[in-house]
Write a protein that binds this ligand. Sequence first.
Ligand code: NAP
Length: 290
Amino acid sequence: MGILLEGKPVVESLREDLKERIDTLKGQSINPTLLILRVGDREDDISYEKGILKNCERIGLSCRREVLPADITTAELIKTIEHANRDAAMHGIMLFRPLPNHLDEELICRTISPGKDIDCMNPANLEKVFEGASGAFAPCTPEAVMAMLDYYKIPLEGASVAVVGRSTVVGKPLAMLLLNKNATVTVCHSKTKDLPKVTAAADIVIAAVGRARFMDENFFSSESIVIDVGINNGGDGKICGDVDFDKAIEKVKAINPAVGGVGLITATILLGHTVTSCENQGEYWTREVG
Ligand code: NAP
């Protein structure tokens, strides 16, 4: 039976660190603040927003929310973002997506100052992740995976890691973050030949496929450490991962649950980026914004 890698202790540890850093900033009369920009009243966005507000409260991070009309124009939204870029009291900018269809989402995301772009919406941040540069905010889900590996002290240097999935939000940036830690990374996808053979040979397997219970025990060895990023509708009214958890846990060395796993950590990473942006204030993004 494999060891269960739960997200909760990872989150608690991250929160403790963030609380201390926020207290230090407040001690210097600096109030780290997240700005949420919500366009319209989509139910998904409102529920995500509630979660973020609750998490901010838990760690003492200030949060300001601006609700913009659903029929806002691209030019008006860009103006709002540019104002936030210049506002020294706002340290992280969070914009819910997808934006309404009439808006030029790509142009809008490029407007967010990279130093305040806590959700990696501006491709400039992604470019930096791919360059292996420090100081960029990577997408939150790959960073959540890295936080989980770090918390459970899973060695990466020299380890072979199979990342299953090559999306721009999860698989590819995660492969870069792992490379930066000197792992030997194999990125797998739908055209990979004999996927179970490739994954079973790896020390660590990251599942980011987007298919419910796609990877069963045949994809792993008894030494496999499995990180399941997947969040899928299991078809039985329950959420499930990309890994068939019940079958895999009987065989592997360690595995996380889909619920209470990586997803739980992601929101805290977002808040951590805001605190980092605040700590970097003046030095990083004034250079970017000019
Ligand atoms: P995505 O954009 O749909 O990408 C899926 C990837 O899986 C693609 O690269 C695809 O390969 C690959 N794939 C699909 N079928 C495959 C197969 N039969 N064999 C091997 N590879 C296959 O998904 P995503 O946005 O990266 O998300 C991946 C998973 O993470 C989803 O379950 C999603 O819900 C979850 N997720 C979780 C969080 C969180 O916070 N926990 C956040 C975001 C996403 P090709 O490139 O060849 O098509």
